[in-house]
Design a protein around this ligand. Structure first.
Ligand code: ZZB
Length: 258
């Protein structure tokens, strides 16, 4: 599986993370790294998700830069030319996902350039980087989680202001309009992020609809089809150093064995 790894620079750590991190990263710029299959939706990022019971690490890339992701992802990256010496992993510290909530980051290419880290129940530790960038306009999981967080901010231990950014129209589809994910969530009568079966179905529909029938409403490739724009947005982000290619080992094995 070939993902695009999106780099979000940390602007301000949550108070829980600040103490832990102080003095541990040696002045490096820290980026949270999210794996996405939909780089063309990055204009619509409204926040970032982590799993509260997942352990993350901060890994040195060189003297100036460090990445925050799961150990598993850092290990994969070390074999994909991300670190200076192939296969070496330099973990600066470990941190619980719960402590990252409330951290403010820079969301590259987003119409809302500064967003917060929020908790999501269904983040898998075994997929991507364990960091998920949230695009509620086009991802049913993201829309439903954001809705849950807004309804029960106390329960999820978040400051409501961290979840204040509304979904941003970035892609139009003929069947669902300018906010595809909210429309599908409504159609399937999804009530919470615990409705995982319906959410899987909604994701499938949203992927197909966006890819085959979507038109870009914003950005450098406005007016183009998603099929045309997707690789171009990806290339733009990589070119300016805000993204890089990231593959999951399973995918690599599959493509090698044909
Ligand atoms: C931004 C985005 C915008 C995404 C969208 C999807 C959509 P898949 O298809 O199952 O391989 N994701 C990435 N890592 C994780 C994780 N560890 N746990 C849970 N979710 C994760 O899933 C790939 C997508 O799932 C990724 O692409 C990411 O969300 C999320 F408009 O990034 B995506 C219809 C989907 N739309």
């Amino acid at each position: 599986q070939e993902y695009t790894a999106i780099k979000s620079e940390v602007i301000e750590w949550s108070s829980a993370a600040k103490n832990l991190i102080e003095g541990k990263v040696g002045g490096r710029k820290v980026y949270m790294v999210a794996a996405t299959l939909r780089p063309e939706t990055m204009y619509g990022q409204t926040n970032c998700f982590v799993g509260t019971s997942i352990k993350y690490g901060i890994f040195a890339v060189n003297d100036k830069v460090a990445y925050l992701c799961t150990y598993r992802a850092a290990r994969n990256m070390a074999f994909q030319g991300v670190t200076e010496i192939r296969g070496t992993i330099d973990q600066l510290l470990e941190i619980d996902g719960s402590k990252l909530v409330g951290t403010k980051i820079r969301a590259p290419f987003s119409i809302n350039p500064e967003v917060y880290v929020l908790p999501m129940d269904n983040v898998l530790a075994t997929k991507g980087t364990g960091v998920v960038t949230s695009v509620p306009s086009d991802s049913p999981d993201d829309f439903q989680t954001l809705t849950d967080l807004r309804k029960k901010a106390d329960f999820y231990k978040i400051d409501p202001s961290w979840a204040a950014i509304d979904p941003v129209p970035v892609i139009s589809t003929p069947t669902y309009g300018d906010l595809t994910a909210p429309a599908i969530v409504k159609q399937l009568k999804i009530q919470s992020q615990k409705d995982t079966k319906q959410l899987a179905e909604a994701k499938e529909i949203a992927y197909k609809e966006g890819f085959y029938s979507g038109t870009m409403l914003v950005g450098e490739f406005k007016g183009q089809s998603v099929q045309e724009a997707k690789p171009k947005v990806r290339e733009s982000m990589i070119q300016v150093g805000l993204a890089f290619a990231y593959a999951e080992p399973e995918g690599m094995v599959t493509s090698r064995s044909g």
